[in-house]
Design a binder for this molecule. Sequence first.
Ligand SMILES: Nc1nc2c(c(=O)[nH]1)N[C@H]1C(S)=C(S)[C@@H](COP(=O)(O)OP(=O)(O)OC[C@H]3O[C@@H](n4cnc5c(=O)[nH]c(N)nc54)[C@H](O)[C@@H]3O)O[C@H]1N2
Ligand SMILES: Nc1nc2c(c(=O)[nH]1)N[C@H]1C(S)=C(S)[C@@H](COP(=O)(O)OP(=O)(O)OC[C@H]3O[C@@H](n4cnc5c(=O)[nH]c(N)nc54)[C@H](O)[C@@H]3O)O[C@H]1N2
Ligand SMILES: [Mo]
Length: 762
Amino acid sequence: MAKQRSDKPEIKPFPGPAGGWGSVRSLAEILPRERVKPDAIRQLARQNKPDGFVCVSCAWPKPADHHPAEFCEEGAKATAWELTTLRTTPEFFAQHTLAELRGWTDYDLEQHGRLTHPLRYDAATDKYVACGWEEAFDAIGAALRPLDPKSVAFYSSGRTSLEASYMYGLMARMFGNQNLPDSSNMCHESTSVGLKAAIGVPVGTTRLEDFEKCDAIFFFGQNVGSNAPRMLHDLRSARKRGVEIVTFNPLKERGLERFTDPQNPVEMLTGGETAISTQYHQVKAGGDIAAMLGIAKFLIEWDDAAFAVGDPRVLDVEFIAQHTQDFDAFAAAARGAEWAAIERESGLARSALEAAARVYARSKAVMAIYGMGLTQHVKGVENVRMVVNLLLLRGNIGKPGAGPTPVRGHSNVQGQRTVGITEKTELVPVDKLKELYDFDPPTEKGLDTVETCRGVIDGSVKAVIGLGGNFLRAVPETGAMEAAWPRLDLSVQIATKLNRNHLFAGKVTYLLPCLGRIEADLQESGPQAVSTEDSTSCIHGSRGKSTPASPHLLSEPRIVAEIAKRILPPNPRLDWDSWVADYGRIRDAIEATYPAIFKDFNARLFTPGGFWKGNKASERLWQTPSGRAEFLAPTGLSATGFADEEGRFRLMTLRSNDQFNTTIYGYHDRFRGVKGTRDVLFINREDMTATGLADGQIVALVSDAGDGVLRRREGLIVTPYDIPRGCLGAYYPEANVLMPVEHHAEESHVPAAKSVPVRIRA
Ligand SMILES: Nc1nc2c(c(=O)[nH]1)N[C@H]1C(S)=C(S)[C@@H](COP(=O)(O)OP(=O)(O)OC[C@H]3O[C@@H](n4cnc5c(=O)[nH]c(N)nc54)[C@H](O)[C@@H]3O)O[C@H]1N2
Ligand SMILES: Nc1nc2c(c(=O)[nH]1)N[C@H]1C(S)=C(S)[C@@H](COP(=O)(O)OP(=O)(O)OC[C@H]3O[C@@H](n4cnc5c(=O)[nH]c(N)nc54)[C@H](O)[C@@H]3O)O[C@H]1N2
Ligand SMILES: [Mo]
């Protein structure tokens, strides 16, 4: 097995840009390491192209006029990860007990390759054994049928196609619940809640062409170089037009500093790079509300002054009067905020915020791009509302080149919510479902991710089905969750590779291997395509062509249909088999359920650049209770949800440049200069000295949530780093053991992974 953790990790600053030769070298390492099939390179050429496949990595939009190679280093890694020739077979499981495998790292588990056979857990030997598909489905049905539907959770991860997601949500509702927790609950749920309340749509309002029309971009808490690298092309062209990019991030992330386009031979050969951010503000973790309020305070004060002397206004007063609600309360909060408190909470000087406000004031069209640095806080929804407040001040929503631009995570995470993966009744066309399928859809709110965790821990959740993902590893409170998992009556995981969730068995446990999106999916009517929705609400078809990793794999729609048939009474209105035979029929059903969005779905499936599902807020039609866009005065200046105390730090749990969520591709976080390890604790040098620690010393972190629960992560290497004082950084998911399940965003329940209260133990 290719272990590449080293005993002597190397931690030193990386001098290069994002992209550039570093990304080419990284690819040259990953392709052989995954021992990809010979056709992988041919598959890469089909990535993100019309009639090709939609990249299985991030959700950044796929342009209509694509590059010759419309993929990035990270996308290529994701493709190679799926097209590896390595296999995790029944022979492998015959050699290893789950107890033993629990001692392996996430990297080693997945690096062993694709799952090949359906597997049943055998408690007597503590091993997985191969089983037949019929046996698995029958046993799953037999375990589920007697359970109270309310005690079953149907988790899904945001990679799953629109087709499989629609079937999965429908199956849960027909079974009798809306317990549909998904990865979005840990991710952009703060966006879905915040934007919906503020502007009436749960998604961003911008599209790719807005990059060509904006004058400024405000960029909060998203690590573009690692997590949405294709956006670097859009940022680079914007910069070349003179667009100002003002970034707020506690860390100096390389992709936000400078970029060399690996697809531009001149840049590559001459070492040319584009500086990305024109201002870089190292805000404290949890300090964005204060920072944005500071900017708003300047704008409002300048506007007051302009008004007094009859100068042109700084705010878009017409827009505010015509389109918004509660401006006065927000303006009062901004006027009333003290500079000393703003500076303290944001960690930024008043002069720095003034510089940012100047850019904002002189720009006619501003995009606000953001990611997990805003959503994963106790006040994550308020963070999102502050982004909207800022945009509304100058009418920066619903005009070209302007608007909120949340950067979604998984390639179809936004789409899942569009087609019914949600625990919230108001997001589901209940009447339509009733009319189409002649049943009474449940109306009681279902369980989200945090509530599912609570339920697993307190025993009220008795079965968990996971359609993709690595639930047990991605959630908070992993210690208690792992301890509680064996009490489940049923644990079913549908997956492509072995991960840590699979190593915890319930009383009845199945691990079901499925096709990946890049693989050919052959059903009765012929080869099938699936579809996804990107971050800008464009819907794309995706056709896999690569030979499946094993002849025993089933597609996700087929697996869902087989489970559905075992747990639901026959329904003359719904023939699961015919849907599986031809996915076009699933799309017809999606169209029938959501006619406005999916009109002529099958005909439009392979529209270059995707087809847009529309967005009322971008037309300045506000589907809010007031019929207007809503300002919201923040309830406080800090997003952390806890008080500062001597010795208490704000831990940010971070992704490296060499992982996709819980999938660890390798141990090289190139941009941050970390090689050979993930056991790193980033700390400000002055904090390191003040706490009496030394560079390279091994320490532990303990949670400091004040709830008396001992949560501890050992073996972290103290690494002095350019990070604001009082903040720490460590890698996700290894740090999740430190996260209390109750430490989550207030309205959205997104675990507050970007400021976890911790203490250092030497
Ligand atoms: N290659 C790759 N691509 C991915 C993923 C991956 O793991 N690997 N994951 C996918 C998924 S599911 C998602 S959700 C996205 C995640 O992509 P991101 O949204 O970029 O998420 P993170 O990597 O967690 O990093 C968030 C950034 O926020 C900063 N930050 C932390 N706290 C704060 C704060 O309080 N304020 C501000 N302003 N910034 C802060 C961190 O320094 C970091 O740069 O990427 C998707 N794409
Ligand atoms: N501390 C901390 N915790 C976090 C975060 C954080 O920033 N910090 N981020 C959160 C976020 S934003 C997210 S989105 C979640 C991610 O949570 P999840 O989406 O649950 O996790 P992933 O790591 O993306 O899932 C990886 C697994 O998916 C399976 N898989 C891959 N491809 C396929 C496929 O095509 N079909 C099927 N059925 N399975 C497949 C593989 O078996 C692989 O092991 O984690 C959250 N947790
Ligand atoms: Mo995510």
